[in-house]
Design a protein around this ligand. Structure first.
Ligand code: AMP
Ligand code: MG
Length: 421
């Protein structure tokens, strides 16, 4: 039997990350790019705005004409035209002339300020329209200058950034109808275990439903890759070897759950050997998921996660997630970490690091973490509504309530109450 040496979580992450291959990119229409990861740096190919624009409905004027305007001595300007957004005024303004202008329209030549409709007196005199301005309007007042928001050449979005609605709007502004994005790695999910039923099969004695495959496919989708459901395998070495060897032809990454421990029917270690895969590690000093194994076969990763649902979930978030995100060129591949205060005690010494599913609570400007149900590797309920994983390093004394610990955030679902205004 293969020798197992438990390594730390940090060492395991490091071994995985130093074995990543570069991802592939593909062009997609902007309309399909939402939620994908940019595979190119984007630089502004024009000024925004592309021309001086009016910020309000009002009159485009020459600031210098209003230098002496006061409430007692308003200045009279002749209105020589009218433009809305999308149209252009072609004549140049002479002194003491104005053009009625709507929000977003291009400033006429010779104008350098806008006075809002609300601040002028309008008057029609026989054959001409006039306005009276009763104060000095500074140069550029209510004008959004060419390039004021983004000058041409500005670095806009970095490769590896997740494409959000704001980015879609920005890139549409610049006329990007297609984007280069990271091609979603295809991640096969294969469950092992003779006890497994399909999810639509009725329970029979001794059997359980294959819940891991569905959970993992959902996790794969959430991090931005393409899940491939490969079904389940009985604990049969020859058959499993054949199926795994075959399925490896069509996936970028293969995740298996179960069969990776030292039990009588745990065949994954032998399968890695037969495949000629290099095992990066096969034991981690962590609970749950100490049996988590990662192997590499040429440029493919094989993640052997534990069959226990919580262990499988955590194994994915710690080791598979950063691989996928890095393949997508994302520069922030890991779960966000922060400090929090323990609201429960964990008194039992443990030679392994513990990862505890918790709920976050904001109290008195502090973040507290409370255990989210059964803290067992077989538990599935503790994953539901878990906001964070608390990371407790190995301990000889256990942990007290009130101790400050590191947590890894799992979700950002928003909050129940609107913030106070
Ligand atoms: P194993 O890692 O194969 O020793 O499995 C550990 C535990 O996880 C056992 O109790 C299995 O019955 C359970 N298990 C294995 N695979 C799955 C699965 N796909 N869905 C839910 N539970 C599973
Ligand atoms: Mg098993």
């Amino acid at each position: 039997m293969t020798q197992r040496n438990a390594i730390s979580i940090g060492e395991a992450v490091q071994r995985v990350m130093s074995n990543i291959e570069k991802g592939i990119s593909e062009k997609v229409p902007l309309i399909e790019a939402s939620g994908r990861y940019l595979a190119e740096d984007i630089v502004a190919n024009q000024d925004v705005p592309a021309f001086d624009r009016s910020l309000y409905d009002g009159y485009a004027i020459r600031s210098e004409d209003t230098v002496n305007a006061t409430a007692a001595t308003p200045v009279e300007l002749e209105v020589i035209g009218h433009i809305g957004a999308g149209t252009v005024f072609h004549n140049e303004l002479k002194p003491f002339q104005a053009v009625r202008i709507m929000t977003g329209a291009e400033m006429p030549e010779g104008c350098n300020a806008v006075v809002m409709l609300e601040y002028v007196q309008e008057l029609t005199k026989s054959d001409k329209n006039c306005i009276f301005v009763d104060r000095y309007i500074r140069e550029n007042e209510h004008v959004f200058k060419k390039g004021q928001e983004i000058p041409e050449g500005t670095y806009l979005v970095e490769s590896g950034t997740r494409i959000t609605p704001g980015i879609i709007g920005l890139l549409a502004t610049f006329g990007y109808s297609e984007l280069l994005v990271g091609k979603k790695p295809v991640v096969g999910v294969l469950a092992t275990g003779s006890e497994l039923l399909e999810i639509d099969e009725p329970l029979v004695p001794g059997k359980i439903r294959n819940s891991n495959s569905y959970m993992l496919m959902s996790q794969i989708e959430r991090v931005g890759a393409q899940p491939k459901h490969l079904g389940k395998l009985e604990d049969n070495l020859e058959k499993s070897f054949e199926v795994i060897q075959h399925e490896l032809q069509d996936v970028d990454i293969l995740i298996t759950t179960g069969g990776v421990s030292v039990g009588d029917y745990d065949y994954l270690p032998e399968i890695y050997e037969r495949l000629g895969a290099t095992v990066l590690f096969n034991k981690i000093a962590m609970r749950p998921g100490s049996v988590t194994t990662v192997a590499k076969l040429e440029n493919q990763f094989l993640f052997g996660l534990s069959g226990n649902p919580s262990a499988s979930f955590i194994g994915f978030e710690l080791f598979v997630r950063p691989v996928i995100r890095t393949m997508l060129e994302n520069k922030k591949p890991y779960l966000t970490s922060q400090k929090a205060i323990l609201a429960d005690c964990y008194p039992v010494p443990n030679a392994f690091a513990q990862l505890i599913r918790t709920k976050i609570e904001n109290r008195d400007s502090n973040i507290y973490v409370t255990s989210n149900g059964l803290n067992m590797s077989s538990s599935i309920t503790s994953l539901v509504g878990a906001d964070a994983l608390v990371v407790l390093p190995p301990t000889e004394t256990g942990y007290e309530k009130g101790e400050i610990v590191d947590i890894l955030l799992l979700s950002d679902e928003g909050q129940e109450i609107f913030f106070v205004i």
